[in-house]
Design a protein around this ligand. Structure first.
Ligand SMILES: [Cu+2]
Length: 113
């Protein structure tokens, strides 16, 4: 009886491991500070330039970015670092100051302290 139980439990582990390997695409949402349609293009381009990112959709009104990515290839923090390099503050990473200075006037969003 004990052996049957052990086999069953091990089988469950194998099964859940396989299921996880098949579906590695996950989503995350976080804020990215910006103003206009040009910001949207740059933010989304910076996000999708990261290997493993499937899609990035930034909403101008709410400043929320919806990210879909392969968790085996990248993670939310790395994507936020790439966006920060383009001059935009994200929830976890402060935007690069030099890149921010180079943004066109319409894109100079108000920065949090
Ligand atoms: Cu802009």
């Amino acid at each position: 009886m004990y052996k049957i139980l052990v086999t069953f439990v091990l089988g469950m582990f194998c099964f859940s491991g396989k299921a996880r390997q098949l579906n590695t695409e996950v989503s995350d949402t976080f804020r990215v500070y910006g103003n206009c349609g040009m910001c949207e293009k740059k933010i989304e381009a910076a996000a999708t330039s990261v290997k493993g990112v499937k899609s990035a959709d930034w909403d101008r009104e709410s400043n929320v970015l919806i990210l879909m990515f392969d968790e085996h290839l990248t993670n939310s923090l790395d994507v936020q670092k790439a966006i920060a390099k383009a001059g935009y503050d994200t929830e976890m990473v402060k935007g690069d100051d030099k890149a921010y200075d180079k943004l066109p006037g319409c894109c100079k969003y108000e920065r949090k302290e």
